[in-house]
Design a protein around this ligand. Structure first.
Ligand SMILES: [Zn+2]
Length: 404
């Protein structure tokens, strides 16, 4: 069988799964180490071998005086790698048991090697990590009850998949009121995972000697508020003064298959103001944000390069085991791998395409469906943005617009 065949999960398929994962890991490592991989449609085996070559580290000592003088004139800039995904809900035990078998240990295992390879791995935790408690929402119909409570021990699955930082700013963070949100924060903190979501709760930590900050915004009660843009800019300005790299997470925009396009205006959904994602994201970059990671629409959206910083308008769903529609584009689960210079400027990236195929978690997609959709949406919504996205998801800055 081809290593791309999508098979039901079983122990017998571990070797095949490993090979599939390896291919993507090599590809993503290559992107992390080289910004100018040509976007071609060459045979995948040949491409893999080329990518593997590119992934080899370059000699650290210059072999000639010329190389030495070049190093002195333009010292190498350190690069940080970020792996980012959208919504994660690993199962709920409320109002009745909708938890995966084996405590969900397998859900993220197919993509974990990719996520773990990055210096910073980010996701949006769409729910609560809590035992007990009282729901903050009433469910008239238990069959259509979208109140999510995940057992705290499931944090182990996030840890093993390599997550360093999670957004807790979304419309399910308060499903069990403040008690649920505080419990999620405490469970993540105890596991060593950074978080941001509650108003005033910002993530701040060190990676490779660089200070990293992340602030998660959502237009929902109690969260860092993206609708007050000037106040959010003040927060980002102050945060950037204290950090080398600042990430912004936003859970904003309308939802569903009709919501893939960026409307360039405020979006209303269920009567709620879900914000103007373009206005907000650009304002955050102007104030010092280095990478904006959007999610909330449950479908992927376009990318934009703005003032040298990457904005991902929506990463869609990633691992939503129950209660969230994963049909069609809702089932696309892109992994956005980005290389940033250590001042936060965008260097290069890759969209690695996965899909949710229940009851499995995200499964690598040999058709590159998420990448193709995001490339198409980027061409439609931001035709002048200087990004090139190949059909395999490689993201580079258009050569004609690279500044010397
Ligand atoms: Zn949401």
């Amino acid at each position: 069988m081809s290593c791309w065949d999508i098979q039901p999960r079983s122990d017998r398929d571990l070797v095949g799964n490993f090979r599939s994962t390896l291919v993507f890991v090599l590809a993503s490592l290559a992107v992390f180490s080289c910004s100018s991989i040509p976007a071609t449609d060459t045979d995948s085996a040949q491409q893999l071998s080329e990518l593997s070559e590119l992934a080899k580290p370059e000699p650290s000592t210059p072999s000639s005086e010329q190389a030495l003088s070049e190093q002195v004139v333009s010292p190498a800039r350190t690069v940080l790698t970020v792996s980012a995904v959208g919504d994660i809900m690993l199962g709920t035990d409320f109002p009745k048991n909708h938890l995966p078998p084996e405590n969900g240990q397998y859900l993220l295992s197919g993509v974990a090697p990719i996520l773990r390879a990055a210096d910073i791995t980010f996701g949006n935790f769409e729910g609560t990590l809590l035992s007990g408690g009282e729901p903050a929402k009433q469910c008239r119909n238990p069959a259509r009850c979208y109140v999510f409570r995940t057992p705290p021990e499931y944090v182990q699955n996030l840890l093993e998949a390599g997550f360093d930082v999670m957004s807790l700013a979304n419309n399910h963070a308060r499903d069990f009121g403040n008690e649920g949100r505080i419990s999620s924060m405490s469970v993540l903190s105890q596991a060593g995972i950074q978080h941001s979501g509650l108003e005033g709760d910002f993530a701040s930590w060190q990676v490779e000697g660089k200070s990293i900050g992340m602030i998660a915004f959502a237009p929902f009660r109690g969260a860092n508020n993206p609708l007050e843009i000037e106040a959010a800019q003040d927060t980002i300005r102050a945060f950037k003064a204290e950090h080398d790299v600042v990430l912004v997470s936003m859970h904003m925009g309308a939802e569903g298959e009709a919501a893939t396009r960026v409307p360039f205006e405020e979006e209303l959904f269920h009567g709620e103001n879900r914000g103007d994602v373009v206005l907000f994201s650009r304002a955050m970059v102007e104030a010092g944000a280095d990478l904006v990671l959007g999610h909330g629409p449950h479908v992927p959206r376009a990318l934009e390069l703005y003032q040298g910083r990457l904005i991902a308008y929506s990463l869609g769903n990633f691992c939503t085991y129950y209660g969230i529609n994963v049909r069609g584009k809702n089932g696309l689960a892109p992994i956005l791998n980005v290389s940033l210079y250590d001042d936060g400027e965008f260097k290069s990236g890759q969209i690695i395409s996965a899909r949710q195929i229940r009851p499995d978690g995200p499964t690598l997609d040999p058709q590159h469906s998420a990448a193709k959709l995001m490339a198409e949406l980027t061409r439609l919504d931001f035709p002048h943005t200087p990004l090139e996205i190949s059909n395999q998801g490689l993201i580079s800055i258009k050569t004609s617009t690279v500044q010397e």
